[in-house]
Design a protein around this ligand. Sequence first.
Ligand code: SAM
Length: 299
Amino acid sequence: MIYHVPALLEESIDGLNIRPDGIYVDVTFGGGGHSVEILRRLKTGRLIAFDQDADAVINVPTDKKFLFLNQNFRFLSNNLRFNKIKSLDGLIADLGVSFHQFDEPERGFTFRQNAPLDMRMNKSGKVTAAKLLNTLDEKSLADIFYKFGELTNSRRIAKEIVLARMVKPLTTVNVIIDAIGKIAPYRQEHKFYAKVFQALRIAVNHEIDYLKEMLEQALAVLKPGGRLVIITYHSLEDRVVKNFIRTGNFDGEEKKDFYGNLETPFRIINRKGITPDEIELSFNNRARSARLRIAEKIR
Ligand SMILES: C[S@@+](CC[C@H](N)C(=O)[O-])C[C@H]1O[C@@H](n2cnc3c(N)ncnc32)[C@H](O)[C@@H]1O
């Protein structure tokens, strides 16, 4: 089975503007598609890769320039300090889940196959989707569906879940689909379930909080002229990245200096972001929601 097919491979690695002697980080190693392309362009430089999923270890290349860390990228600065790396020429993040995680039924990331409701990217994490579904109060559940799934009927979904779990615990994909099936919009059931699952996955893995932590640390550790290259897969993530690149904060609040110039730590390389072209989608349709943003640290 294929572990992963990297999205926007050439565009993202070109965006790193690789110096053959530079130091780079890939914070989402996965199947290693982006890492291998970075290594190909390095001569004396180094690449440090992170992945919180221990399964990714099987893809680690043998290369003296490469170091793999089975760590969450929220610990970026600590790990770099530990490895005596003071600054970076570039960092790439290709967010979300790998095909491998999605396609392994027992990991519970997809509504298309019955499995335990797990959804942890790090299998030693304590909180699974089942745990959230069976223990959170109705309001907290509604907040998850509203904030992370952008679902307008979030309260109704939470209500159905709380009613269903009074009958039996929600432990598998089929049980939750049964619980919310009756409120799925007609002919848009799959889209609806995908959003519900996305919301749960983001909550289980703290994806938005950890993305913000990593971006702040990336800014601190990038050299002036260093590149930040991020691929996102949904609007929530993309908004966080876009605001941060544009303004240096997550609310997108513009701060101007004495002369009225926007104070931003980055020069934006591509204003609208890059999305896959038809050729890429013809062999990798799963990249259809990918959006690549590239920025260069100014100071
Ligand atoms: C879309 S895949 C990356 C695929 C990779 N670029 C490739 O070419 O094969 C995302 C990977 O990032 C990892 N990941 C997501 N969030 C993470 C985090 N906070 N810390 C470390 N790894 C994370 C996931 O476990 C997954 O393997």
